[in-house]
Design a protein. Structure first.
Length: 289
């Protein structure tokens, strides 16, 4: 396997949430309040300012993106910017959304987390087509890594500070059951961050503080580890015409001047060719009328 390449040295404070949509990688800088777009075929890069901390963008059936901001869910289009849809939780919790995924039925799954990373006030939600939210898990400080197996039968959800990835059975109606420990990270000074599942059902998980990512079998065994020239790796996604390129977002948040000087590519977007393709990026089914 070749080494990861930094394709955009944008020095994001908290790069997160990469997705592949329209022959481009879309992602956010949460603390920088920006949405970014990178087109590999041309190297073109474009960015948009957000009105608040923007934590994910997910393409929507009918156009635009559903975006998670601290102030709630929004509809984002590059032409018109952000239009408020609804609140997520009581503002008194001081939570914000975090990582997200879209399943094959067009259901958006995302977690919330305490913005100060102190209280166990985060929860996991599913967005319905009519705009309602269903809560599925709670009591977590930093939620992360929602992802679904290729057959749609297994859902993964990460408790970053607890260093554990949970697995659930998924019902036909999207209900989650049979919560169980799928994987527990034992690497010192590293925490599981965002995840994505490839076409073979293996889970790729980014390592905050761990300078890379790991590939975990459906049985919960680490089968591969890749290293990046960045300390805090936040999330992978599959892209390219054949979905055989892994893109990784990274962050500069929490690093000292000395660490940043020694690791100048922290906060960049990285690309890595892989042998096993990813799953398609599904679109959110949400009625905005």
């Amino acid at each position: 396997m070749t080494a990861p390449t930094c394709v955009w040295d944008l020095k994001a404070t908290l790069g997160e949430g990469p997705i592949w949509h329209g022959d481009a990688v879309w992602f956010v800088d949460i603390k920088g309040h920006r949405v970014h777009c990178y087109i590999p075929a041309t190297g073109e890069t474009t960015s948009w300012d957000a009105p608040d901390q923007v934590t994910f963008v997910a393409p929507r059936v009918g156009g635009g993106f559903v975006a998670g901001l601290k102030s709630g869910l929004h509809h984002f289009t590059p032409e018109l910017g952000f239009t408020f849809i609804s609140e997520i939780e009581d503002a008194g919790l001081d939570n914000r959304p975090n990582d997200s995924t879209v399943d094959a039925q067009g259901r958006l799954w995302f977690g919330t987390m305490h913005d100060g990373e102190e209280a166990d006030s985060g929860a996991l939600y599913r967005l319905e087509a009519d705009g309602s939210l269903t809560k599925h898990d709670a009591g977590i400080c930093i939620t992360n890594g929602p992802a679904v197996s290729p057959d749609g039968a297994t859902f993964y959800h990460t408790d970053t500070l607890g260093k554990v990835i949970w697995a659930f059975d998924v019902g036909a109606d999207g209900a989650l059951s049979n919560k169980r420990e799928f994987f527990r990270l034992t690497i010192d000074d590293a925490w599981p961050d965002g995840s994505v599942v490839d076409a073979e059902g293996f889970v790729w998980t980014a390592l905050w503080g761990g300078r890379g990512a790991i590939r975990i079998s459906p049985q919960g065994q680490v089968v591969q580890r890749v290293e990046l020239p960045a300390i805090n790796v936040t999330k992978p996604c599959f892209g390219g015409p054949d979905l055989k390129t892994l893109y990784f977002t990274t962050a500069r948040k929490g690093l000292s001047d000395e660490q940043l000087a020694a690791n100048p590519l922290c906060g960049g977007l990285f690309a890595l060719p892989v042998d096993v393709a990813g799953q398609p990026q599904y679109e959110v089914r949400l009625d905005l009328r």
